[in-house]
Write a protein that binds this ligand. Structure first.
Ligand SMILES: [Zn+2]
Length: 562
């Protein structure tokens, strides 16, 4: 008894039989029905997704004695001859082995003659990207002025290698990878008709091995049937395919989510004893966590997932129990581990460390929950809060801390032994600023060397911008006038250059302000550190205080006293 491999035995004979390429079939059938069939077609897509089958079906639909028809009858001599590969008018050329210009010249000679029995001469060139440049050029001449009785159907897995001049003369159809569930359905139909019992889990493993290619999946099924006979056990299938048992993947994620370090290490040991490669297992785990991610973000994930129906339920169930952020973090640990495995010999250790890290990953708490917890803490600790709270304690994740209801004030730091006279100076600077903003701003930088009812002497660093600004007559007069009004006398105003490094001179208003700000910040930081809410936040996030920002009170008290 001769054995016909499944891929040939179950080769689709009508557009309706083609799995997963409905978009292509519909367009081709519409073109046939409306009589607008192109001269040249380009079928692109991965191997084993139905390009050559579609080419033969199209050829039959065009040549069928009842046609051209949307579906070939598969009964007439024209259809039969194409099915068996004996048609005198349909030529299948393998681009990989007929790459030369001679082959194309021969083809061009052939084209001149009318078809012997059918409507068209149809040339199916598989792997067309393999043709040589001169062969392409020869082909191009034919494509530019194709005789009406000639049709070309090109198929390729690598359309980018086909010259643009050829591409532009073809109607292009992109064949898709066939979704896993569709392949599984098809395999199930086949094994039922072949009277073999294979579980869905095994069929899924077989289909997965085919990676979107129906032909590869069927070859794998052939292999499995040849090995197992009519009784196909799941373990045998996994053994033959050398693939990881999917249950081990879902078990791993379950273990990680339940934070069971011991069980995680056991899984690695089992992976090892089954003889799987650690890296392959890690890659399949990555795919599994990707599935979890997809489930988390989409309601109807079937188009985005290569997962069998039974497995989908388990993944959905697991995904419900974790946050998207956590899945994402697990995934990035796995990706990092996989990259390390590529360059390291310690693949088992890397996998173990990765799984342990995943088991001990602190779950991310939604910010809303944290705020709730902080508020609760605050209510308990509110009375113990010292000082103005920091509005933002920048830690791992930024959290807006709410202002406690009864903020105790940090007492302003002592202003450093300034006498009444100095207060008077600050008051004067503020007075000037109120009258003439620019003059006030300049005066902030001046050192009050002397100010009495008779004389106001202000020091500025020699050569400074501020000194230059005040040296003109108009500014001095103006200052003298304001000093007179402020002190109710008529002092002489003098501007004196001083050395920039003179530390023993009286401080300018600006210097004092800077010092005060710095010391207030120190006090605030101290208060924030002692604040229970802040320290709880630091604990939760494992962060530290990076920056403290003051909350401006609604009734801003004036800094400068008049
Ligand atoms: Zn027919």
């Amino acid at each position: 008894m001769s054995y016909l491999v499944l891929a040939r035995k179950w080769r689709p004979q009508t557009f309706g039989d083609l799995i997963g390429q409905e978009h292509v079939c519909r367009t081709l059938q519409n073109a046939i029905l409306s009589g607008r069939v192109a001269h040249a077609f380009l079928f692109t897509g991965a191997r084993g997704v139905g390009k050559t089958s579609a080419a033969r079906i199209l050829a039959k639909a065009l040549q069928c004695e009842r046609g051209p028809v949307a579906e070939p009858c598969n009964n007439c001599p024209a259809c039969d001859e194409i099915t068996t590969g004996n048609s005198a008018d349909v030529f299948e050329i393998d681009g990989a082995s007929n790459t030369g210009v001679e082959d194309i010249r021969e083809l061009r000679e052939n084209i001149k003659y009318l078809p012997s029995r059918c409507r068209f001469k149809i040339f199916i060139i598989d792997e067309v990207h393999m043709l040589s440049t001169s062969a392409f050029n020869a082909l191009l001449k034919t494509l530019e002025e194709p005789p009406p009785h000639v049709k070309f159907i090109f198929a390729t897995t690598e359309p980018h290698k086909v010259p643009i001049t050829i591409l532009s003369r073809c109607q292009r159809f992109d064949f898709k990878r066939i979704p896993l569930p569709k392949i599984v359905d098809h395999l199930r139909t086949i094994v039922r008709q072949e009277n073999v019992t294979v579980s869905d889990a095994s069929l899924t493993a077989i289909a997965r091995k085919g990676d979107g290619s129906l032909r590869d999946s069927l070859s794998t099924l052939d292999q499995v049937l040849a090995f197992c006979g009519d009784e196909v056990g799941d373990d045998e299938v996994l053994g033959i395919l050398g693939v990881v048992d999917r249950r081990l993947l879902t078990e791993t994620s379950r273990t990680v989510f339940s934070r069971d370090c011991r069980a995680a290490l056991d899984i690695v040991a089992r992976v090892d004893s089954c003889g799987y490669s650690m890296r392959q297992f890690c890659q399949e785990l990555i795919e599994h966590f990707r599935n979890l991610t997809v489930i988390k973000v989409t309601q109807a994930p079937s188009e985005l997932l290569d997962v069998a129906e039974g497995e989908l339920e388990e993944i959905r169930h697991q995904a419900d129990a974790v946050t998207l952020e956590d899945v994402r973090r697990h995934l990035s640990i796995l990706l990092k581990a996989e990259a390390e495995m590529a360059v390291s010999g310690f693949t088992r250790l890397i996998l173990e460390l990765a799984l342990l890290k995943m088991c001990t990953l602190v779950p991310v708490v939604p910010v809303g929950d944290i705020l709730e917890r902080l508020k609760a803490l605050e209510r308990g600790a509110g009375s113990a809060v010292h000082g103005k709270p920091a509005r933002t304690a920048r830690v791992d994740a930024p959290v807006a801390l709410e202002e406690p209801r009864t903020p105790a004030r940090v007492s302003p730091p002592a202003s450093g032994g300034s006498g009444q006279a100095r207060e008077g100076w600050a008051g004067f600077v503020s007075f000037v600023a109120g009258e003439r903003k620019r003059l006030g701003a300049i005066l902030e930088h001046g050192r009050p060397l002397r100010f009495t009812a008779e004389c106001v002497e202000i020091g500025f660093p020699a050569g400074s911008f501020h000194l230059a600004c005040l040296e003109d007559e108009e500014s001095l007069t103006s200052l003298a006038e304001m000093a007179g009004r402020y002190w109710k006398s008529s002092p002489v105003v003098r501007v004196t250059p001083v050395s920039g490094e003179a530390r023993d001179l009286p401080a300018s208003v600006r210097e004092k302000k800077n010092r005060e700000t710095a010391s207030r910040h120190r006090a605030l930081e101290e208060a924030a550190r002692k604040n229970e809410v802040v320290s709880a936040a630091l604990n939760i996030f494992g962060g530290e205080i990076d920056e403290i920002e003051e909350i401006r009170q609604k009734t801003d008290t004036k800094e400068v006293k008049d």
